[in-house]
Write a protein that binds this ligand. Structure first.
Ligand code: G4P
Length: 313
């Protein structure tokens, strides 16, 4: 995992930018990827956003397992973070997000009111790791009608704020958070959702991980997409045989009439990323370990341990 795009120089710069911008806002709107909500969050965000109102958007929820998205939202809300599941490409959730913004900033608004400050809009910034949908969200949320403030002739040069309404202004450039790279499995998930460049891991490695994960958690996604009535997919087989069967069923044949396993791997990754395999989430609320079963009291206990762990980060 050494040659990620986030080498230390990059990270220091991003951190400095974040610290500078966060100091200007009341609220931090953080985006994570609903397909890997833990891995998609930056480990340092709690420190960076200390003292600020917080909101978490589970983006790309259109591609994620809706049941798990709901479980994650509940878990985050239990940590006191307003959470909304979202497809940032459409504006349907805008009203709800605005309401939640007010909710998240209630204490701040209350304080302002007591101090006689009544007409000051809340200021927010959007943050998240690369490719999570920050720009898409800003465009949808702010819309075309919103006027930009600042950087006008005669106005002091500074940050660009997008005025959404008289209650809320958004910093027009999102804060780019560096992905976590403390754990190989997290790295794999981030590569699967394209949050980090996949060259750091080869496609076969990613595809094998995904195949095994799907076998355990979403077997029907595999059997429905790659099996046929007369050639059903036999999930008791090992990876190599399974990819061979997938290649044969999908007529991916290499030269010499052999099954093209490279193409089968690429197809699996592509089908996952585009949602053709259905709505899939790579993590469970119970923990990031594949072996952990998210059921019953044990899951509840693990959820709390996880939440406590996150708080400490
Ligand atoms: P960033 O600023 O955080 O780096 O991310 P950006 O908005 O550029 O979004 C990255 C990609 O994710 C874009 O696709 C965007 O369309 C897509 N995207 C953003 N939000 C959602 C969402 O909620 N659901 C889905 N399914 N996709 C989302 P792209 O392929 O890079 O570009 P394009 O296909 O839009 O041209």
């Amino acid at each position: 995992m050494a040659d990620l795009q986030w080498y230390p120089g990059h990270m220091t710069k991003a951190r400095r930018m974040m610290e500078e911008n966060i100091s200007l806002v009341d609220l931090v709107i953080e985006l994570t990827d609903a397909r890997a909500p833990f891995s998609g969050r930056n480990p340092d965000i709690d420190t960076l956003a200390r003292g600020k109102a917080r909101m978490l958007l589970m983006n790309k929820a259109d591609l994620a397992d809706p049941v798990r998205t709901q479980q994650f939202c509940t878990a985050f809300e239990e940590q006191g973070i307003q959470c909304v599941a979202l497809d940032a490409r459409n504006r349907r959730m805008n009203d709800q997000i605005r309401k939640r913004v007010q909710e998240a900033c209630r204490e701040k608004l209350e304080r302002n009111r007591k101090r006689g400050i009544l007409n000051r809009p809340l200021r927010a910034m959007v943050v998240g790791i690369p490719n999570v949908g920050k720009s898409t969200f800003i465009n949808s949320f702010a819309g075309k009608a919103s006027a930009k403030t600042g950087n006008k002739p005669g106005v002091t040069r500074g940050k660009q704020w997008i005025r959404l309404n008289k209650e809320l202004e958004l910093l027009d450039t999102p804060g780019i958070l560096w992905p976590r790279f403390d754990d190989q499995e997290v790295g794999i998930r981030l590569a699967l959702i394209m949050a980090i460049r996949e060259e750091i891991l080869n496609e076969q490695e990613l595809a094998v991980y995904l195949l095994n994960y799907l076998k355990a958690d979403y077997p029907e996604a595999l059997t429905q997409r790659y099996g046929t009535p007369d050639k059903p997919l036999d999930l008791s087989k090992k990876e190599h045989e399974l990819f061979t069967q997938i290649a044969l069923n999908k007529q991916l044949i290499a030269r010499g009439q052999t099954p093209d396993l490279d193409r089968a791997c690429r197809m699996l990754l592509e089908d996952f990323r585009t949602g053709r395999l259905g709505r899939i989430t790579l993590e469970r609320t119970a923990g990031t370990d594949m072996e952990v079963e998210a059921e019953g009291g044990q899951a509840e206990q693990e959820l709390q341990t996880e939440a406590a762990g996150n708080e400490e980060e």
